[in-house]
Design a protein around this ligand. Structure first.
Ligand SMILES: [Zn+2]
Length: 81
């Protein structure tokens, strides 16, 4: 499957793939770049367990310890201090 990217960096995930991944409007997607010998692969996965960083508001995996955007420790609850 080949898709073009627009001037803002967007592309459309084909309907059959959205259906296969059970994606609906508002779902969050995790994007990862993976080195595969000479190729860089973009892997897109549906993010099911999301935590929002209290520091910067970024969405992170709820099983990550640190925010991928600002590095804040995610398990820390400032209301418990
Ligand atoms: Zn953050």
């Amino acid at each position: 499957m080949i898709r073009s990217i627009d001037e803002l960096g967007r592309f459309v995930i084909p309907k059959e793939i959205r259906k296969n991944m059970n994606l609906v409007t508002g779902d969050l997607l995790q994007l990862e770049l993976i080195n595969n010998s000479d190729d860089l692969l973009l892997v897109i996965s549906k993010e099911e367990s999301i935590a929002q960083c209290l520091g910067c508001g970024a969405y992170c995996r709820s099983n990550d310890n640190f925010c991928s955007n600002c590095g804040l420790y995610l398990k820390e609850d400032p209301t418990l201090k």
